[in-house]
Design a protein around this ligand. Sequence first.
Ligand code: GLU
Length: 467
Amino acid sequence: MSQYKFFQQVNSNFDRAASCLSIDEGLLEQIKECNSTYHISFPVRKDDGSVEVVHGWRSAHSSHKSPTKGGIRFAMAVNEDEVNALAALMTYKCAVVSIPFGGAKGGVKIDRSRYSSAEIERITRRYTFELIKKNFIGPGVDVPAPDYGTGEQEMAWILDTYRSMVNSLDSDGCVTGKPIHQSGISGRTEATGRGVYFGLREACSIEKEMDRHGLDTGLEGKRIIIQGLGNVGYYASIFLREAGALITGVAEMHGGVYDEKGIDVVQLKEHIRETGSIKGYPHGRFIEDSAKVLEMECDILIPAALENQITAENAHNIQAKIIGEAANGPVSCEADKILKEKGTLIIPDIYLNAGGVTVSYFEWIKNLSHIRFGRMDRRYEENAMGRLMTAIEELTGTRFQESDVRRLGKGPEEWDIVDSGLEDTMVVAFHMMYDSGHKHKTDLRTAAYITAIEKIALSYQQLGIFP
Ligand code: GLU
């Protein structure tokens, strides 16, 4: 097998889309290149007193918008090529959903299960310190967020390190995905999975597409297989189940579970949390080789783990009619071609997993404006609705039930506002991508890249750098 080059894969998707447009070659080159990549190595003191040298990267892909934005990944597979590819995906993702950021990504090459929490804290703080030293982080420069292997605790450590070094009113906006009591935002934890749900809901509402695959419209009754029950896969499956879909398969690191009656993912996650593995889950059928779970019959397959999971080697065996790319880059270019020939509908990563960065954008706005969403108007809206209900009662001579008054008269909490912004973002972007696919007669991935390239090119042109 040829050596996998992730950034090259992203660029080949870019080239296919660019060939449908007439944009200056130099401008296309500028959009494609990674503007800067910073490689750091630093010593970490382990709990036993020994010292280990750790490698980290941060890549800023595009400067057409500021700040740049993207997660930080802690994993053994992290390297420069991966970080550059993921930063480029962030640029296109932000453009597809009209989030005014350039793309970035960071990573530290560690197997986090080998480190204590205190060691992870030292690694996170030192990595942040190195970024601060080189001006690679800041609310107007580059704003990290969680990614594979990191979560809100790491983001809190980043915030604390930044705040202790930089005295600025806007410091809280230096990182997103923070705990709610550390200037985080309601709904960020669920955001990527929730966005996956909105995206699939839109795709499944299109009669023409569903007809083509012999499926009914809507999510109700759709059989779904998920790879990876981490943050994204877990929340996506929760919302999809709520909408009536059946999670018939889950593939995890050390095996999978299949149950055509549907898996209770909350219970399964609890089992994994308690035992450390999917093995021994008392319901459904255990499947030793988790790669085989991806090849089982289903309507929708959702790879929600890492890149390069569906390749030329297994693409022929994939039976799903729809693939929802919740991870970044889960389908290789070769696999994409094979699947397209088979007629599989692929909802691309740069659209489908954009919910995370969308809510990160809301969190950043909240931090810069120093006020929680809904704080100024929630009570006002409740009172206005109360007055309206009283007027209706007077006009009709009837009275609302107490439960209706409570339900209808409730003003929005922060979560409601965030969710409404996320839904709107995902719905509008889906139709923009879908219409572009129609116009250019291409698949959705190419269509998504086309919409991204058009927006970024326009931005560079308006800045006066390119003709
Ligand atoms: N790591 C996430 C992604 O790949 C979120 C990035 C962010 O919120 O900035 O989209």
